[in-house]
Every structure is written in structure tokens, then in C-alpha cells.
Design a protein around this ligand. Sequence first.
Ligand code: 0WD
Ligand code: CA
Length: 383
Amino acid sequence: HSRPNHHPYNKSGSTPRQNPPSSQGLSTRRELYERDFPVYKQPVEVGCFSLDSERRFFNDSRQMRYYVEPDRNPNFDLRDGYKDRFIKRDDSVKEKLDHILRWILANRLKLSSKGTTASPCALDVDVVTWRGHLTKLLTSPYETKEGWLLAVTRFRGTLYISEVETEAARRDRETRTERHEEMMYWGYKFEQYTCADNAHSVPDTGGVVNTNEAFCTVVQTRLADHRLLFSGEVDCRDKDPDAPAPPACYIELKTSAEICTPKQRSNFHRFKLLKWWAQSFLPGVPRVVAGFRDHEGVVVTVDTFPVSKMSHLIKNEHNCWKPTVCMNFCCDFLSFVKRIATEDNPSVVYLFSWEPHRDVTYSVHRDSQYSFLPHWYVEEMTS
Ligand code: 0WD
Ligand code: CA
């Protein structure tokens, strides 16, 4: 007998669910979402794409990297190469859903059941978005600092969800300290120490870190009655050719401050593990490899966290996060969006906004600065 699992991926079946009471907005209060875990089907990889050192799109896996297990106490110097071997992506450029839309156009026939090359039909999915946007939804019931803005457009029956940077996030981005800028590099440097370009090579620790480069998986799944198509950046894969098929062979890499006190341990469990769990659970990535570093940016220990065990590690913490609350909130948010975003029009944006301790609210915008579906996409999908 297998132990009852708190948050399985459902192979089939359904669970009853009800919407929490709400007058106009949607509440993020945790108590409203403490019910049975919703159906979340095992995510299936339907494709992938790569972005090269100049952020050009390729409909293939050329940027895939292979995990090379480090020493448990590797003493990696994460400061090495900052700034002389660092090319940083321009994060003031907002790409919105463009790369995913390019992938959809290149793979349209995989996505619609009845389409032909001559006459493709609408996509067989309810929602198209980035995995990172869904992560923000999952963690909202526990988030006390950062709000979000999500732009939604209904086009040929599908809801496209694209983040809009909040004023607060823009301020933070524009006023980062030199220390913060360097610490952002540390995460990418850790990837360089632990990833090789192919299954038979070793990490090139003297090379350039270029954050334009990315390998992204595209997965399909279903959350209750919401059919989802989303993409997420994947750091690397298990290099064993007998490893399970994607996404089960993928590995998420993280760096985190070393844990020295019970309070640090508790904070790590309550805040960081929630974000790590949400991000990897969504696409079905089973393992997170974490490098714990000191204040000088030296990795003192490396630990592997199975995603399926993260929610058990927290059970000793008082008032901790629950996967079911995260998933039920996301599910109810998507139902809320379906109910509100009814006009099927590529130039209409329903802007959903949320600040901690408030309800989710929305506003409607026609031909505004918020419109995000590019003409090249709308035209090719309509013809
Ligand atoms: O322009 C935008 N508004 C956004 C673009 C917002 C969010 C994402 N993106 C796109 C980019 O095209 C990027 O290639 O993000 C892709 C990754 O998407 P995701 O997987 O949905 O994002 P998320 O789960 O938040 O982040 C995964 C990784 C991060 O790793 P860590 O370990 O720090 O979570 O993607 C990187 C980062 O390495 N990343 C980004 N890369 C480029 N642009 C961005 C970003 N805005 N955010 C995170
Ligand atoms: Ca990562």
C-alpha cells in the first residue's frame, strides 16, 4: 500500500469544489481554500524552445544543459567572473508572452485536435501563460510583501495571461544596490559550476555567464476544469540516458543563504520552500538542488530537495503553507478570470490587480498600453 499522498498529480477523476463567497473581488484568505486538493493532471511536455546569447528564439533544445553533481562541500566562489565574465539580459525589455506565442505558431498542429495545415482551428487550451505567473498565483495566499498585475486577453476562446510590472517592482528594479546586483549573478554562476553543455562534458567554470541564454519547456496539464499550456525555464537535466522522460529528468538549481540558526531554518521552510515547491510542482520538475552560500558568496553545502517531500519538511512549523491552499486559490482565480474576461478580442485587456491583504480586483482596457498580443500572432492565428 502506498501512503496517502497530500498532493498527488491526478491521473484522472474529479474532486468537488465550490467557490468561496466574495462580493466583487476574489479573496486570497487562506481559510477559504482549505479543501480537498483539486485535480492537477501530471504535466506533459509538449515541446521546448531555446533562447540564444542574443535572445533569439529557436524551436529546439540547443540550450539544454546537463547536471554534473558537485562535491557536497564544494567551496564554489560565486563572485568569480563578476563583472568581467558576465553578460546580463536587459530586464527593462518586456518580452511578454512573445516567445511562447512563437512556439505556438511553430507547433500549432500539435495543439488543436481537428486542425489541418490549410485550416487550423482554435487552440484546445483554456489558458496560455508563463509558469512564473502561475507560481505567483499559487503563493498569493501566503504573500505579504509583493502584489501583482496580470493582463488577460481572450482570443479565439483561449485566455492569455501576461504579467505587467507593478510600480513597486519597477522602483525596486531601478534602485537595486550594487550588492543586490552582484547577488543576482551568484545564482547564475552556481548554474555554471554545476552544468555542462552535453552529457559527456564537464562544466566550463572559466566561461562567460550570459543570462540571455535559456532553455524552456512547454507543458500541458489540467487544473480542475482549466486546461493549461505554459512554459518555464529549465536549468538542466539528469545526464543519465536512462533517466525518465521530461519533465521528470529536469533539475531546478537554487542558491540560498546558509542556515545557521533555528530562526533561519524556520524562515527557509516557511518562505523559500514555498516558492521552490510552487515553481517546480507546476511543471512536474521533481528535484531542486540547492547551493547554500555564505555572505562572501562561497557555496559551503549542496543539498537535494525532492519536490514531493517539501511539504512534509514544513509540518513542524506553526501556521505553515499548504499545497492545497495554493492550488485551490489558483483554480478559483482562473474560474474568476473566465467569468470576467468574456469579450473575445485581441485588443481588450482585463487587468487583474492584487496587493497583499486585499482582494483581487480588475479593470477593463481597450486598445491601451496594456494590449500584449502582437499583430503577427493575431494575424497568423486568424488566417
Ligand atoms: O518579461 C516578462 N515580464 C517576463 C518574462 C516575466 C517572467 C518571465 N519571463 C520569461 C523570460 O522569457 C524567461 O526566459 O521568463 C522566462 C522564464 O520564465 P518562467 O520559468 O516562467 O519564470 P520563473 O519561474 O519566474 O523563473 C525561472 C528562471 C529564474 O530562475 P530562479 O531560480 O531565479 O527562479 O528564469 C529566470 C531565472 O533564472 N527568469 C527570467 N529570465 C528572464 N526574464 C525572468 C525574466 N523576467 N524571470 C526569471
Ligand atoms: Ca534556478
